[in-house]
Design a protein around this ligand. Sequence first.
Ligand code: GTP
Ligand code: MG
Length: 363
Amino acid sequence: MPQKASPKKNNERTKASSQEAIRKAKARILSAHEAPLETAQWVHDIQNGSRKALGQAITLAESRLPRDRDQLEELLDLLQSTSSNPKSWRMGITGVPGVGKSTFIESFGAAWIEMGHRVAVLAVDPSSERSGGSLLGDQTRMEALTKNPMAFIRPSPSSQTLGGVTRATHESILLCEAAGFDRIIVETVGVGQSETSVRQLTDAFILLMLPGAGDDLQGIKRGIMEMADLILVNKCDGPSASQAEHAALQYRQAIHLFPPAQGGHEVLVQTMSALKQTGIMDACGAIQNLMHLWKDNLWMETQRSRQSTRQFNDHVRALLFEQSQISPQHQAAWERLQTQVERQQISAFAAARKWLNTVVSQP
Ligand SMILES: Nc1nc2c(ncn2[C@@H]2O[C@H](COP(=O)(O)OP(=O)(O)OP(=O)(O)O)[C@@H](O)[C@H]2O)c(=O)[nH]1
Ligand SMILES: [Mg+2]
């Protein structure tokens, strides 16, 4: 007859089985992440067109773990990715949800590939509102491009702050360029601040508009229109074609009231149908003209250098802030001051100065 185990033995057995469970879980987690490649091998693979290596590098760019950040910086360093790759054209696409951005990118991207280029499509979406369903929608709207070996499509990183997403997108652009993609298309997905950050990451900014909307500017703020280098009124097909032409006329008039564009160019308003694929080559032509003009008048160089300076400043601020949050004392001081500001016991400015003094005096 089997003997009944003592409570002590039972305890030991439970402990052993929970340790075993932890060990198995750890092994599962580790095997879920592919073993990190040697950085040099990784660089070689990216430069030789391995999409897997590029995808893994972008995953690293999206990570917030300090270890991953270090490795990414090493990788970018080895790839010698700087912001001065003059051969690549970075294009931002924005417009209200449903205007046809993804449908446009499908034919716009294909047009560049036909001209012999390699196209990378990235998305900036700091909101976590988009469901897997709408990402799936994008994949079907960009079906041909998704399958094209000359294209690389990366859905946006989710659940991050705008600053984090912007940094990840910037690094992803550099990685795609290092992998030989010379036409980079960045789609803004969330409405709001993401337009401004995509503007900061790209050379040319394209705004898509709906037909028959001139009246209320479709929720697109005037500031966003002022940032655009090219305006495309989409859905110029079927019964809405005449409305689209009318809207284009109105936008052309509105643009004359804006301050002149910094690149020394005229902001064109063109009509197109992303669905029927009309006006796509005209859009490519307009971009080509802009890029050639900007090369000649040095705006391309000036703008990129301003963008890099701004990124440097933003990055320093972000790193300083991150660093200052590491110490529990600084964090406690932060929380205390924040409460005082909330209760209106101290001005926001005085609180900020006080906190900085704490950080500086007790590094
Ligand atoms: N008639 C017509 N419909 C279009 C055109 N372009 C896009 N659509 C339709 O408009 C809908 C939205 O298109 P998307 O390309 O997904 O629009 P989007 O701007 O990417 O949308 P979000 O990613 O949700 O912001 C789809 O049903 C498209 O088929 C066009 O030129 N003409
Ligand atoms: Mg879309």
